[in-house]
Design a protein around this ligand. Structure first.
Ligand SMILES: [Zn+2]
Length: 68
């Protein structure tokens, strides 16, 4: 399966994924983003998600696993 990049960029601070046209991270308010990210985690229920716990995620949303 060819890997096509999603039109998203990741917040450098909290790894929250936003659309390319977004200027401010809705999660932490940061303005620093990177389009070089890997892995996609979707957190729906923060309280029940072990991944959210490990990654220190407190808000539902899409997150990158790795941001360069
Ligand atoms: Zn952020």
């Amino acid at each position: 399966m060819p890997r096509r990049k999603l039109p998203l960029k990741a917040c450098l601070k909290c790894k929250y994924l936003v659309e390319l046209r977004a200027e401010i991270c809705p999660n932490c308010g940061s303005k620093d983003f990177s389009e070089e990210w890997e892995g996609l985690v979707i957190i729906i229920d923060v309280d029940k998600s072990e991944i959210a716990d490990v990654l220190n995620i407190t808000k539902p949303g899409r997150y990158a696993l790795k941001v360069r």
